[in-house]
Design a protein around this ligand. Structure first.
Ligand code: FBP
Length: 548
C-alpha cells in the first residue's frame, strides 16, 4: 500500500499507556460489585454463577502484585463490528503488542468482515508487517467490518466451533452497544459449552451513546466531532463571506444528539436541534419548524438572511408523532423480508394517525422510513434526509408568514450531510492513545480469565495516559430490556443527552445569543503534530463556561 509522508510519520508513533498495562508492572485486581438488573440475570446464568460478576480494576501493586507474563503463549481473535470509528486499528495494535508482551509466541487473529467472519471461520493471522501498516491509521480496512449479528443457533454453534478450532483463549469484539450485547451473549454461550475462549468487548462508536458510569466515552467520537467541527467552521467562514445561504447540516449519530451538541459547542453554530429535548418537551414537527422559523425571522429583522443550523440525524425518531409511526412500521415489518410493495403494505396496516402522518411527509422522506432495518432492528437514519425535510417545512412556514405580512426576507437553503467522512479520519491524539490502551486492557482481561466484560479506561480528563485507570466492567451490569423487531431483547442502555447535564445546560445558557449575533468560531483541523498532546472532547470534560 502506498502511504503519504504524513501517514508514515504517524505510523511510527508509539502511544503512551497506563502503568498498570506495562508488562513489567506488578498488578493486583481491585473488585467491586455493581449488580445486574433482575430481568437480565436469567440470560447470563453461567457467567454470573453463584457469586456474580464484579467490576475489576487493574492496579499497580509492587509488593503483592503479579506480572502478566505467562509461561505459555496465548491466542486471541478480534473482530471489528458495525460502523467504522477512528481508532479501531489502535485497539488491534494495543492487543497485538500486549499479547506479544505476555508471551512472544502468542498469536493474534483478525476475523474478516465483521461478525460474519467468526461464524464462517474467515480470518487472518496478524503479524508484524501487516500490523505496522495500520498503526495509528483511520478506517477499519485492516480486517474490515460488517453489521451481521450472531443470532441463529447455527451461527452460535459455528462461532464456537471456529474459536475452539483456533484454540483461542479469547475473542475481542470491537463494537457499539448492540455488538457488545451480542458479545456478552456469545460469552455466555461459550461459557455454557465449557469453551476456554473468553469474550471481551471494546467500546466503539462515533455516536458517543456508549457511555455510562463505567465507560467514560466510546472511541471515535473525539475524531469524528473534531472532523465535523472543522467542516462546519469552514462553512461558517464561507457563509460569513457572502452572507447568502441558510446551511442545514445534518450530522451523523444514529440516536442520541451528542455529536450535534458537541459540534455546536465547538463551533457556536447559529442553531442546533436536540432530539432528547424535543422528546422530553413533546415538541411536534410543526412546533420545531416554528422555532427555527422564529430564528430566521428575527435574523432577517437584524438584516441577516444567512445562518448555519445543525440537525442530528437521529432527530427523526424523537418527534412525538414520528416515534409511534416508526415503531409501528418496525413491528409491521418484524422478521418479514418478502413484502412486495412496502409502501402499499404499510398504508394498508397503519393506524389512522400514523397513516395521516405518513401521507403528510414528502414522499421521498416517507419512503426512506421504509428502508430495510439493520440486523439489530435499527432504522437507517443515515439514509433519511431530515435536513431536506426541515428545509421544506421551513420554506412552507416562511411562505405562510410572508403571505400574512410577517416576514419579507430571503431564504436560500443549502443542505449538507456530514457522516461517513468523519468515521475513518486519521485518529486524533486522544483516540490514538485511548484505543491503544483499550486494546492492551482487553488482552490483559482475557489473560486474567475474565469473560463477558467490556475493556475500559477511566480518568480520561487527565491528559497523561499513564494516569488512566484500566478496568473491566461486566457487560450484564450495563444492560436493560428494550423492544426490538417486535420483541423484548437485552441491550446496553444507550446514553442520550442528559437534560440536567453540563452540555445541555451550556447550550441553554448560550443558545439565544448565539442564534442572533454571529458568535461562531472555526476550530480548524484536528491538530496531530504532537501526538502526546491530548485535547479531550466536551462530552468527557464538560464545557468550560469561562472560555465560551
Ligand atoms: P455504530 O453504532 O455501529 O458505531 O454505527 C454508527 C453509525 O455511524 C451511525 O452514526 C450511523 O447512523 C450509522 O452508523 C450508519 O450506518 P451504515 O454505515 O450502515 O450506513
Amino acid at each position: 500500500r502506498p502511504f503519504s509522508d504524513f501517514q508514515k510519520h504517524r505510523q511510527e508513533f508509539t502511544p503512551v499507556y497506563p502503568d498498570s498495562l506495562d508488562i513489567n508492572s506488578k498488578i493486583n485486581i481491585r473488585k467491586e460489585d455493581f449488580g445486574v438488573k433482575e430481568e437480565i440475570k436469567p440470560l447470563f446464568k453461567t457467567l454470573l454463577g453463584e457469586t456474580g460478576m464484579p467490576y475489576v480494576e487493574l492496579q499497580v501493586d509492587d509488593s503483592s502484585g503479579k506480572i502478566l507474563k505467562t509461561a505459555e503463549p496465548i491466542r486471541i481473535g478480534c473482530v471489528l463490528s458495525g460502523g467504522q470509528a477512528p481508532g479501531g486499528h489502535n485497539v488491534i495494535s494495543g492487543l497485538y503488542d500486549m499479547v506479544k508482551d505476555i508471551h512472544p509466541d502468542s498469536k493474534l487473529f483478525g476475523f474478516l468482515k465483521g461478525p460474519h467472519g467468526i461464524f464462517t471461520g474467515n480470518f487472518v493471522e496478524i503479524e508484524d508487517d501487516f500490523m505496522n501498516e495500520y498503526r495509528n491509521m483511520g478506517g477499519f480496512d485492516m480486517i474490515r467490518s460488517g453489521r451481521d449479528k450472531i443470532e441463529s443457533p447455527e451461527q452460535f454453534e459455528n462461532s464456537l466451533k471456529y474459536c475452539n478450532d483456533l484454540e483461542l483463549n479469547g475473542l475481542v469484539v470491537i463494537g457499539g452497544d448492540d455488538s457488545n450485547t451480542n458479545a456478552c451473549l456469545l460469552a455466555e454461550y461459550f461459557n455454557s459449552h465449557e469453551s476456554k475462549c473468553k469474550v471481551v468487548g471494546a467500546p466503539k462508536t462515533i455516536d458517543g451513546d456508549l457511555k455510562n458510569e463505567y465507560c467514560e466515552v466510546s472511541f471515535g467520537f473525539d475524531t469524528a466531532t473534531k472532523t465535523y467541527s472543522e467542516q462546519i467552521g469552514n462553512i461558517i467562514v464561507d457563509n460569513r463571506s457572502t452572507k447568502k445561504y441558510y446551511h442545514f447540516i445534518r450530522l451523523m449519530g444514529r440516536s442520541a444528539s451528542h455529536i450535534a451538541l458537541e459540534c455546536y459547542l465547538q463551533t457556536r453554530a447559529d442553531l442546533v436541534l436536540i432530539g432528547e429535548e424535543i422528546f422530553e418537551k413533546n415538541r411536534t414537527l410543526k412546533e420545531v419548524t416554528n422555532e427555527i422559523v422564529d430564528v430566521i425571522v428575527k435574523r432577517n429583522e437584524l438584516g441577516k438572511n444567512y445562518g448555519v443550523f445543525l440537525i442530528p440525524e437521529g432527530i427523526i425518531e424523537f418527534f412525538p408523532e414520528m416515534k409511534p409511526l416508526i415503531s409501528q412500521i418496525n413491528d409491521l415489518f418484524g422478521e418479514k423480508t418478502d413484502i412486495e410493495d412496502p409502501r402499499a403494505y404499510v398504508l394498508e396496516h397503519l393506524t389512522a394517525d400514523n397513516k395521516a402522518l405518513f401521507e403528510f411527509l414528502p414522499k421521498e422522506i416517507a419512503d426512506q422510513l421504509l428502508l430495510d432495518r439493520d440486523p439489530h432492528g435499527n432504522v437507517q437514519v443515515a439514509k433519511i434526509e431530515t435536513e431536506i425535510l426541515m428545509i421544506l417545512l421551513c420554506q412552507k412556514e416562511l411562505e405562510e408568514r410572508e403571505a400574512k405580512g410577517e416576514y419579507s426576507g430571503k431564504f436560500h437553503p443549502q443542505s449538507h450531510y456530514f457522516g461517513y467522512e468523519g468515521r475513518c479520519a486519521i485518529p486524533s491524539n486522544f483516540d490514538t492513545q485511548y484505543c491503544y490502551a483499550i486494546g492492551r486492557t482487553a488482552a490483559s482481561l482475557i489473560s486474567l480469565g475474565y469473560s463477558g466484560y467490556m475493556a475500559i479506561n477511566k480518568n480520561l480528563q487527565d491528559s497523561n495516559p499513564k494516569n488512566w485507570i484500566s478496568a473491566g466492567c461486566p457487560l450484564p451490569t450495563m444492560m436493560g430490556m428494550e423492544r426490538r423487531k417486535g420483541k423484548d431483547k437485552p441491550v446496553i442502555t444507550k446514553y442520550i443527552v442528559e437534560l440536567d447535564g453540563p452540555m445541555y445546560k451550556t447550550y441553554l445558557q448560550f443558545k439565544d445569543r448565539w442564534s442572533l449575533y454571529d458568535c461562531n468560531v472555526s476550530p480548524g483541523p484536528i491538530q496531530l503534530h504532537d501526538p502526546s498532546s491530548i485535547d479531550v472532547p466536551f462530552l468527557v470534560r464538560s464545557p468550560d463556561l469561562e472560555l465560551l
